[in-house]
Design a protein. Structure first.
Length: 187
């Protein structure tokens, strides 16, 4: 049986890289590499000035190639921020993933984490800071914080809000955010 680990955000048609696992080689690994680019995709690990990072040096992962999305629907500012001109292929674009990665000596890429606070819960990418901003916009909420709790099971959002009761906060938050961004716990 062959097990393949796939990597890729929606902005790059979901599959941008793959890694074929080997039970002997990968038995003691703490991290499974995201692998090498799929055909037609290009992966770059770049520093903040868009210079290529050598093998072993961490940088932000960028994706380019035929599977790249045009941008975000009705979100021109976000499209401009995340879809940049590809400095290595004039006239083409690349996607700034927000993922921290590094090239391994064998040509695979290793995912090291996120450069922002984005989390993935039940398949949705969520920025806790966006929920905190929504909470703070509610009249009567003086302070707010959002965190992710796993407690041995599936990850859940937990919000801490000062100034109003939890039921009032939840009702107002439900008018501001989609359901998947409403914290499971409001304290």
């Amino acid at each position: 049986m062959t097990l393949i680990h796939g990597y890729g955000p929606t902005e790059a048609t979901v599959d941008a890289a793959f890694y074929v696992l080997d039970s002997e080689r990968d038995r003691d690994r703490l991290r499974i590499p995201i692998g090498k680019p799929v055909p037609g995709a290009r992966l770059y690990v770049l520093d903040p000035n868009l210079a290529v990072q050598p093998a072993g040096v961490a940088g932000e992962l960028y994706i380019a190639g035929g599977g790249l999305a045009r941008g975000y629907l009705n979100r021109p500012e976000l499209t401009e921020e995340r879809f940049l001109a590809d400095p290595f292929y004039p006239g083409e674009r690349m996607y700034k993933t927000g993922d921290l990665a590094r090239w391994l000596p064998n040509g695979n890429i290793e995912f090291l984490g996120r450069l922002d606070d984005q989390v993935k819960i039940r398949g949705y990418r969520i920025e806790p800071g966006e929920i905190e901003a929504a909470l703070r916009s509610i009249k009567g909420v003086r302070e707010a914080a959002v965190t992710v709790r796993a407690d041995g099971g599936e990850a859940e959002l937990c919000a801490y809000a000062e100034g109003l009761g939890r039921n009032e906060v939840r009702a107002r938050l439900e008018r501001l955010l989609p359901g998947y961004m409403i914290p499971a716990h409001i304290i």
